[in-house]
Design a protein. Structure first.
Length: 321
């Protein structure tokens, strides 16, 4: 019975993603200068909708959309462009940006984009429950007070996005395309972890950025060791109680949750080395047992470490072939 329920749930998510993409595209469809193409990345209906958006450099390309309440909208710029971007009527950027610049709009945000000299980007519509695999992580997201992620340049996401646009719609590459989409989502989660200490859209906070950077540097230098709240507070130069309250207010993360995300992101880097055992990876990022590492990794990433590594290595081999 549970399999039937999950199957129906997956079908509903797939239909939701397709509907959301159609709705977003329809809102800019009145402008003949915008071109958009749904990118098919699987033989089966996908829960994550992918589309290629382009606008030629023959005048201002402009669109305004409000993202659905239960979907994250991700844009990955494929060519160097100049962009003026407002979110919820606040200016985010008005400048030239390089290929690989990414922006993640949270559910319910109103995004206004103007591109005077052309635009080409891969867009992903990701249902919220696919981007956050635990109630705790979803709460951390909700605590970001409407703050989006980006614009930030990420070369890995650019490489994945360009490869996906090259091979999509080819049935022979359907499995590889699915893996690329999965890796893109993982990369977006990595941006989430980085975003805990690097504010991309201005917001008021009582915790100065230099204190956040000191905590971030300390955590990443001691991932293989036990790290207590008092250690992070000392790095920030504050009392533990004062630090915990201000850190969460500034980032949306409890200190322990942020430490956990940093451990897992470092684990993903190490898992790219096939010669390392899962136990080695677990110990190197501060877990006392492989079993605990596996439990936490699956809870926050939706896959066991072994499955995640197999997908990564298979994608690498497919690309070489």
């Amino acid at each position: 019975m549970s399999c039937v329920v999950q199957h129906r749930k997956n079908k509903a998510l797939a239909a939701q993603a397709a509907s959301v993409t159609h709705d977003l595209l329809t809102r800019v469809g009145a402008s003949p200068d915008w071109q958009h193409k749904a990118v098919r990345c699987s033989e089966r209906p996908s829960q994550i909708a992918v589309s290629l958006w382009t606008h030629h450099a023959n005048g201002n390309g402009e669109c305004r959309i409000t993202t659905p309440r239960d979907v994250y909208t991700v844009g990955i710029v494929l060519d160097n462009i100049h962009v003026c971007l407002d979110v919820n009527a606040q200016r985010v950027i008005d400048a030239a940006v390089e290929a690989g610049t990414c922006f993640v709009a949270r559910p319910g945000e109103t995004v206004h984009v103007v591109c005077p000299r052309g635009y080409k980007a891969l867009h992903l519509s990701i249902p919220s429950e696919l981007l956050w695999f635990s109630a705790d992580a979803e709460h951390a997201c909700a605590a970001l007070d409407g703050r989006s992620i980006g614009p930030v340049k990420n070369d890995l996401l650019l490489q994945l996005a360009r490869t996906l646009t090259d091979i999509a719609d080819d049935d022979q590459n359907a499995s590889f395309a699915e893996q690329l989409v999965s890796m893109l989502v993982d990369g977006i989660r990595h941006l989430r972890a980085e975003n805990a200490t690097t504010t991309r859209i201005s917001r008021k906070t009582t915790l100065p950025n230099w204190r956040l950077q000191r905590v971030d540097s300390y955590v990443k230098a001691h991932l293989s060791e036990p790290v207590a709240l008092s250690d992070m507070a000392e790095a920030a130069g504050l009392s533990p109680m004062h630090f915990a309250a201000q850190f969460r207010s500034a980032t949306g993360y409890r200190p322990h949750h942020y430490l956990l995300l940093c451990r897992l992101e470092r684990a993903k880097e190490l898992m790219g080395n096939a010669s390392l055992s899962m136990l080695d990876v677990a110990l190197d990022v501060g877990f006392r047992t492989q079993a605990h590492f596996t439990t936490v990794f699956k809870r926050l990433n939706g896959k066991t470490p072994s499955v995640w590594r197999d997908d990564l290595l298979d994608a690498r081999l497919a690309k070489i072939a």
